[in-house]
Design a protein. Structure first.
Ligand code: AMP
Ligand code: GLY
Length: 423
């Protein structure tokens, strides 16, 4: 069969690598893709938000399945448009992708269906939000309602910071229309865990756990980024935590969406915080995480196409998800200056060192093929992933592999997965 993947990051490279392992698949296309994806798929120069062009391409090539990796096209309704043209697509429709597209929606859903999450209030008016801050406790968390490249969350330690935050989100529209509504939320503390799951509208099957490192610098210092590295599984995601989440969070979310007439098919990503009062939902995403996909998918034994088709057909109950009994660590190699200002266009040396190395992956995030070779083309450039028998070994392997490649301005965190030493 012919598969089209929509997106251009490390997550889409990891999805493409999984798809390439399926013996059901003959041809893989990616719109728009990147230099790494181009090694295993045919990249087509169509942007992820160019819905008409994507639909026309999928029709022309007789694509059997389109996998939408990114949040923007999901929230914008790409799956609806593909379906309307009679094409099969993996991912939630627009009315279900709102689970990620609107934080106010997801918070209200959790409240209505008693799914554990932080206490919150929603505001559409900046004056009201500023008034609320007069009596609030600190720290407090401000969240722009809509999509903001993972940057729409501000943790404010003082009333002054929070007031500035309300102004920049709601009045100055730092995140554009994503800031038309604002969620103000109780600050929680605890370990964070990411749990990705496949959902077919009724049945949910969770994948192995992972943990992201969102801050730019070692020791969780610096600005929030799209993610500087991940590991899987999380030693903090115990059987007890899993049992609690199964009882109170996972199925409850799927049932809540169905009860609202917003049947969810695709991937739900549960961002969890393990608080003293038990696990609570920090956020939902309607897609694989990036860079969570880079550590979860390499450990999955199932054929991703079979699982995706079961989600679409509503037969996920027939599938048993299986993961390898090992561990993975992904270290992101970024451009110096990310997530603020950085240069692009530097040649990347050593990519060939990954060829034929079992258990090692060089997932491309921001790269481009040019006449001079493959060059850096984004803030996050590569996601170096390695397996190991346990997390410690995977971490050693991943950091060793970060030395195999080089480019000007190469920057990484040196403590990805370090928390596992405390486990
Ligand atoms: P989100 O985009 O909702 O995942 O938020 C980004 C990051 O902000 C999360 O990964 C947490 O580290 C942090 N965060 C979000 N909500 C809260 C909260 N209520 N309490 C503490 N930290 C939070
Ligand atoms: N790694 C977090 C995300 O994909 O949103």
């Amino acid at each position: 069969m012919k598969v089209l993947i929509v997106g251009s990051g490390g997550r889409e490279h990891a999805i493409a690598a999984s798809v390439a392992k399926s013996n059901k698949v003959d041809e893989i296309y990616c719109a728009p893709g990147n230099a790494g994806i181009g090694m295993i798929a045919e990249c087509v120069p169509i942007g992820a938000m160019e819905f008409d062009k994507i639909v026309a391409f999928a029709k022309e090539k007789k694509i059997d399945l389109t996998i939408v990796g990114m949040d923007d096209p999901l929230v914008g309704g790409l799956v609806d448009e593909l379906n309307a043209a009679g094409l099969k697509a993996f991912g939630p429709k627009k009315d279900a992708a709102i689970l990620e597209g609107s934080k106010a929606f997801s918070k209200d859903l959790m409240k209505k269906y008693h799914i554990p999450t932080a206490a919150y209030e929603t505001f559409e008016d900046a004056e009201a939000a500023l008034g609320y801050l007069e009596t609030a406790g600190f720290p407090i968390v401000l969240k722009a309602d809509g999509l903001a490249l993972g940057k729409g969350v501000l943790i404010c330690n003082t009333p002054e910071e929070a007031k500035e935050g309300v102004k920049s989100i709601m009045l100055d529209k730092q995140f554009g229309s994503a800031g038309n509504k604002l969620v103000i939320e109780e600050f929680m503390t605890g370990r964070e865990v990411s749990v990705l799951s496949f959902v077919d509208g009724k049945t949910i099957k969770t994948m192995t756990s992972a943990q992201d490192h969102k801050r730019a610098k070692d020791g969780d210092q610096g600005l929030n980024t799209g993610g500087m590295g991940t590991f899987s599984p999380s030693p903090f995601y115990t059987e007890e935590v899993d049992a609690f989440c199964k009882e109170h969070i996972y199925q409850a979310t799927v049932d809540a969406m169905a009860a609202e007439g917003r049947e969810f098919k695709g991937v739900i990503f549960f961002g969890l915080m393990l608080t003293e009062k038990g696990p609570k939902v920090l956020e939902y995403n309607a897609r694989f995480g990036d860079p969570e996909a880079q550590v979860v998918l390499p450990r999955m034994k199932n054929d991703i196409i079979e699982v995706a088709e079961a989600c679409i057909d509503g037969t996920l109950d027939k599938i048993e998800l299986e993961f390898e009994e090992n561990a993975t660590v992904c270290v992101v190699l970024a451009s110096e200056g990310y997530p603020v200002a950085y240069e692009k266009g530097f040649v990347i040396d050593g990519l060939e060192n990954f060829t034929g190395r079992d258990g090692y992956y060089c997932f491309h995030a921001g790269t481009k093929k040019t006449d001079e070779g493959i060059v850096t083309n984004g803030g996050r450039v590569l996601g170096i992933t390695a397996k190991g028998k346990d997390l410690k070994e995977a971490r050693l392997n991943a950091y060793a592999a970060t030395e195999w490649v080089d480019f000007q301005g190469k920057y990484m965190r040196n403590d990805i997965g370090k928390a596992i030493d405390e486990a």
